[in-house]
Design a protein around this ligand. Sequence first.
Ligand code: GLN
Length: 309
Amino acid sequence: MPCQSSEELKALVEEARKCTKNGRVADYIPALGKANPNELSIAIYYPDGRCISAGDIEEKITLQSISKVISLALVLMDRGPDYVFERVGMEPTGDPFNSIAKLETTTPAKPLNPMINAGALVVTHMIKGNTVEERFQRLLSFVQEMANDSTVSYCEEVARSEFETANLNRALCYFLKEHKIINEDVEQLLDLYTKQCAIEMNCLSLARIGMVIGMDGVDPLTGKQVLPTDIARICKTFMVTCGMYNASGEFAIEIGIPAKSGVSGGIMGAVPGRFGIGIFGPALDEKGNSIAGIKLLELLSKNYKLSMF
Ligand code: GLN
């Protein structure tokens, strides 16, 4: 066991919390701007069912970009890697998550990876179903299965707030449509995407999903293979190469844990073969990652030698 008790974890949280003053809560999605910047909480889920935590772990957070890992897993299961990777690439960009720059310079205009917004929009476009409602329900059911919690839902206020202000994502969609990478109605796709990003849960459930990915797709507590091993491997790899946006290289060197962040301040970690981590710390650094969340992972990784490299 790397970290034995919630008390040990609490001390690390208090140390990491000092950084929150150097970060800022995302407010380009107005509803996210209401978060308390000093908040920091963490849960760690072990395969034997033990769970340790610190901070206000009942607090729910929206997944935002963390959802991109789960939508990717779903479309890979639905359509297979060949179909998916014909439409979205496998390479990190080194650009901010919402950048349009590489779409213009890459031919065809296929987004470089599924963790940037352009790539995630293409992935969401590939979710099967006849209506937005049906596609969203399929995704939500899959999230519920991964979290082993049928009460997981989405925050309508955050979804609406993003839908009303998502002009950059609209621009990405129109660009992708012009280049025939997607072919559905842009407002419809944004409706689905913003609901996906607004799926909410607490740190415990986030840690449980991280554990399932870390355990090669098997939920050790139910014995169920929730996603195929090969798809869990692809998810973990993208989390290492692209999960922390254009800070992924430094994060891999300094911390070495497959992780995915979101602008709500969430980070999901999947320590391979060992445990899952769920963090919530809404104050972000300049690249859009939870500033205290990264500090906390750094402390954990150094103290307990968690780097996979
Ligand atoms: N919903 C957010 C957006 O598309 C997700 C981005 C993020 O978490 N980095 O802007």
